[in-house]
Design a protein around this ligand. Structure first.
Ligand code: MG
Ligand code: MG
Length: 246
């Protein structure tokens, strides 16, 4: 699906709201704060900007952000969990403006964290930007995953395979998927106006995950730390345009 100039303008606006949710939750996240309080802060951004949530009610999801600490990979439900010094916290945010979606995530250190945690965060973010750089017209989509996997693998980390990025527009999750690894074929050729959410999930240990009993929280099977970075990006004539930056 290719988006025209008008549609891209709406997606830019949704992206700005998501960027503001990032800023607000990043500032609020410190030792002693609960993940529910972060969700409340993100809700206030949506209200202030007249945007709606694509997370709330998605297959029954009860919040506007996902908060995934430490060995949790993605989809953690905000609640009573109280952040502690040394935590590694992933926050995923989304917004809808005039029917168009934005989706982006980041991982942060809560206070002082172990060197391995700091390195995992740095490598995962770098893998995202290396993947984003592949989103150029004429390129094949799955070069993204190849690039992400190379960066994570070179650092001795593993890329999660059960969860992937996606095209995005009038729905949060559109086809095609954007794997964070080389899936064995090059995928579709990129054209101007295509928009994708690229979202590497990188584990300090093995790539395997499991789903907790709440039906949402995905954790690493071996208990190792995990990080997650995501942006929504449009393919333009001038290269990738990241829509979820401030
Ligand atoms: Mg997301
Ligand atoms: Mg996403």
């Amino acid at each position: 699906m290719r988006r025209n100039a008008q549609e891209l303008q709406k997606m830019r606006r949704a992206g700005k709201v998501v960027a503001e949710m990032h800023e607000v939750t990043r500032t609020a996240a410190r030792p002693g704060v609960t993940t529910r309080e972060l969700d409340a802060a993100a809700r206030r951004v949506l209200e202030r900007r007249g945007a709606t949530s694509n997370f709330l009610g998605y297959h029954g999801f009860p919040a506007v952000i996902c908060t995934s600490p430490n060995d949790m990979v993605v989809h953690g439900i905000p609640g009573d969990y109280r952040l502690r010094e040394g935590d590694v916290l992933s926050i995923d945010c989304g917004a809808i403006v005039e029917g168009y979606h934005g989706d982006a995530a980041f991982t942060m250190a809560i206070g002082d964290v172990a060197p391995i945690a700091r390195r995992l965060i740095e490598v995962t973010e770098r893998s995202l930007w290396t993947g984003i750089d592949q989103l150029r017209k004429g390129n094949r989509l799955h070069e993204v995953g190849r690039a992400v996997e190379q960066v994570a693998g070179a650092a001795g980390f593993s890329v999660v395979r059960e969860y992937v990025g996606h095209a995005i527009g009038t729905a949060m999750h559109e086809q095609p998927q954007v794997p964070n690894y080389w899936p064995g074929s090059p995928g579709p050729t990129l054209k101007t106006g295509m928009v994708f959410a690229v979202e590497p999930m990188v584990n300090a240990g093995g790539p395997e995950t499991k789903l907790l009993d709440d039906g949402w929280s995905v954790v690493t099977l071996d208990g190792s730390l995990s990080a997650h970075f995501e942006h929504t990006i449009a393919v333009t004539d001038d290269g990738p345009e990241v829509l979820t930056l401030p």
